[in-house]
Design a binder for this molecule. Structure first.
Ligand code: SF4
Length: 430
């Protein structure tokens, strides 16, 4: 039997999809090359915006058309956060909680199981581990934290992921060792609110980084998306002490205006964020700071938006992801009376995106001429030319065109001279 997983959303979803694929391979299923060849098509969905749910619906519909014989399975944040929704095209639905039901369904239990198995989260739920794996064996996404207790007023995630919980230290040791033995060179630690890792187990985040870095063969350790409020001096200095730590900081900003941050229930001010950015740059001079910004949050005035524009321009991000505010049923902000009209949200998103593109181009242009270390993660082909794709320590994507076409570089860290950039990535030779 063959399966194909399609993943939407964040790096936690990517980590979980890779774990799910591994669990299926261990049960003697093989990964199909395309959706048309699969017996089971699995959509691992996201619910962070209305647009994410629309994409999942569209994907289910198109998969049903392309391969009507396959069993279509929906999992992830969408059904977990909105269990009452219609999931018309899916034969079987689970949330983020009981992935075992998905495995049971695939392992021939289809006839005996209901078409929906969505279990709500409860306080005290344990951290669930899906052993991470990837067939390219270069860069592993390891989920070490799940859930969130923050309840930002716009965010559905605490409903889709439950309360904060961390991978226990002994399991982290075992997973890091297993990934190193499997040949992975880089480990990316991910979580829903990674800064809160260890608040339940007592293990500091920097220690999780060191545990991974101590594994023979692991050359790099990176952190996924972070919330700003827990990145204190002690954590940053402990990270800086780890030579294999890659200085890429994706710190969600969401707004550069204090009034809006407060209404979002974010627990920092623009000035505190600015101070944190400065601290990161002084401790990690070769770091890149990337972020997410929501525009058109309820009550955001033109002046508030201008404040965010200025903040983004001044902070010198390497990349900015722009999201027009999307009301999520069940969140406080969806009930705020002063919703911003769609046309205003679109106009603000366009203006901030134009600035973000400009910022990105500056970041890429600033790297031309430098020699950087890149882990060759994937071999690809472009116009009959072979190239590798990988990331710099600060997280910038690079296409590497080797001088010697015969040389196998996959899974090696190589020195690349950056010659230019195209779209969203650097190009270079080695
Ligand atoms: S910190 Fe806020 S935005 Fe991030 S997952 Fe938690 S509730 Fe959502």
């Amino acid at each position: 039997m063959r399966f194909k997983i399609m993943t939407l959303g964040c790096k936690v979803n990517q980590a979980e999809s890779s774990g799910l694929a591994q669990a299926l391979r261990e049960r003697a299923l093989t990964e199909a090359d395309s959706a048309a060849d699969a017996d089971f098509l699995i959509v691992n969905s996201c619910a962070v915006t209305g647009e994410s749910v629309r994409k999942a619906k569209q994907l289910l519909r198109s998969l049903k058309r392309r391969n009507p014989q396959a069993k279509l399975i929906l999992t992830g944040c969408w059904p977990q956060a909105f269990p009452e929704d219609e999931f018309e095209d899916a034969d079987f639905v689970t949330g983020t909680k009981n992935r075992d039901a998905l495995l049971d369904y695939i392992m021939q239990a289809q006839a005996e199981m209901p078409s929906r198995c969505i279990a709500p989260y409860q306080s005290g739920d344990a951290f669930s581990v899906l052993p991470c794996a990837d067939t390219t064996r270069t860069r592993a996404f390891l989920k070490i934290q799940d859930g969130c207790n923050q309840f930002c007023s716009y965010c559905i995630i605490p409903f889709a992921r439950g309360r904060c919980r961390s991978m226990p230290p002994e399991r982290l040791d075992a997973e890091a060792k297993r990934l190193a033995e499997a040949g992975f060179r880089e480990i990316v630690l991910t979580g829903i609110n990674l800064g809160f890792f260890g608040t339940d187990t007592g293990q500091p985040l920097a220690e999780a980084v060191s545990v991974c870095a101590a594994q023979p063969g692991v050359l790099r350790v990176r952190l996924g998306s972070l919330e700003p409020e827990r990145m204190d001096q002690e954590t940053l200095e402990a990270l800086a002490a780890c030579e294999k730590f890659c200085p890429q900081f994706h710190l969600s900003l969401q707004s550069g205006c204090d009034r809006i941050l407060k209404r979002m229930n974010r627990r920092y001010t623009a000035a505190e964020y600015r101070a944190l950015a400065a601290k990161i740059r002084s401790i990690f001079p070769h770091s890149a700071l990337t972020t997410d910004v929501i525009v058109g949050f309820p009550g955001e005035t033109d002046a508030d938006f201008e404040e965010t524009l200025r903040f983004v321009e001044e902070t010198g991000f390497a990349k900015v992801h722009v999201f027009p505010y999307s009301p999520r049923t069940g969140t406080r902000a969806a009930e705020f009376p002063d919703q911003v009209p769609q046309s205003v949200k679109a106009e603000r998103a366009e203006r901030l995106s134009a600035l973000a593109d400009d910022i990105r181009r500056k970041h890429l242009a600033g790297m031309v001429g430098q020699t950087v270390e890149v882990l060759a993660e994937r071999e690809k082909q472009q116009n009959a030319q072979r190239f590798y794709q990988g990331h710099t320590p600060d997280g910038t994507l690079v296409k590497i065109f080797p001088e010697n076409a015969e040389k196998g570089l996959q899974n090696c860290v190589i020195c690349v001279t950056i010659e230019g950039y195209e779209d969203d990535c650097l190009t270079g030779r080695c």
